[in-house]
Design a protein around this ligand. Structure first.
Ligand SMILES: Nc1ncnc2c1ncn2[C@@H]1O[C@H](COP(=O)(O)OP(=O)(O)OP(=O)(O)O)[C@@H](O)[C@H]1O
Length: 260
């Protein structure tokens, strides 16, 4: 069973310390939502988990330092859906999703039957089978987001880090993607998703990690973590959290008023 551990991870970008001294452990079979305000350091933390930015401290997958692993080897172990990726090449959706199999291929080798099956599975799960022959650069924002999600699924890695996978998606496809992330975790994968929709995060995640100014300010189940006080302190908003239903729901009223 895959594990991911962060040991005092810090990241400086330019002169700014964007991630500060973060330690946490993530287990197989769990869906963790990483939430927090714009600029808090969520994406940078996700990138540090994939050794995509120089970091202090250590990130380990199954005990192996991610910074020391060969790139393809790490890519087979952690699939990554980056935030707001732009597409440059006019590939078909099927070819683009197929890029998710690259970490599995030897140099100059061709896609094998097993890879083709993984690509079909990923396209079906991300609901892009109908788009397979479309040119990816000509898709709508939501279609493109689902295609890129399919590419990450096609890796079939034991861990998945998705950075704002709901961006650009309509409400139905948001639910589809959250159900997929949940299903990935339920089949034993380690899943981490950077999310902004707190009710979606509360509904589907086992655990929420709240990041503010580069540090963890809360870590626990959605019911434990989401409180009006926390939302006021972290987001500067007044909100009500209903906890009577199957999952907590967050209603935002407006910007928090400063105390008299
Ligand atoms: N290359 C860079 N050089 C300097 N600062 C950077 C660089 N990239 C990002 N930052 C800063 O680091 C901070 C954290 O950025 P990051 O993208 O990790 O935040 P985030 O929590 O994912 O935000 P959002 O919710 O807006 O996506 C921000 O203040 C951002 O401006």
């Amino acid at each position: 069973m895959v594990t991911l551990t962060l040991d005092r991870v810090g990241v400086a970008l330019g002169r700014r310390r964007v991630v500060r001294d973060i330690s946490a452990a993530f287990a197989a079979g769990t869906l963790t939502g990483v939430v927090g305000p714009n600029g808090a350091g969520k994406s940078t933390l996700a990138r540090a988990m994939l050794a995509l930015v120089p970091a202090t401290g250590a990130v380990r997958i199954d005990g192996d330092d991610v910074a020391a692993l060969p790139r393809a080897g790490l890519a087979r172990r952690i699939a990554y859906l980056p935030q707001g990726q732009t597409l440059h090449w006019p590939l078909t959706v099927e070819r683009l999703v197929g890029l998710g199999r690259l970490p599995h291929l030897a140099p100059m080798s061709r896609i094998a039957d097993g890879d083709a099956a993984a690509i079909e599975r990923a396209m079906a799960r991300a609901d892009v089978l109908d788009l397979r022959d479309r040119i990816a650069t000509e898709l709508s924002g939501g279609e493109r987001a689902r295609t890129l999600f399919a590419r990450a699924l096609a890796v079939e890695a034991p861990a998945l880090i998705a950075d704002e996978p709901l961006a650009s998606l309509d409400p139905g496809h948001q639910i589809d993607v959250m159900e997929l992330l949940r299903a990935e975790a339920d089949t034993g994968k380690l899943v981490i998703a950077v999310l902004h929709d707190l009710t979606m995060a509360a509904r589907y995640c086992d655990r929420l990690l709240v990041i503010d100014r580069g540090t963890i300010v809360a870590d626990g189940t959605p019911r434990d973590v989401l409180t009006p006080d926390l939302l006021r302190a972290v987001y500067g908003i007044d909100a009500r959290i209903e906890t009577g239903g199957d999952w907590p729901t967050v209603t935002t009223f407006g910007r928090a008023q400063p105390p008299d």
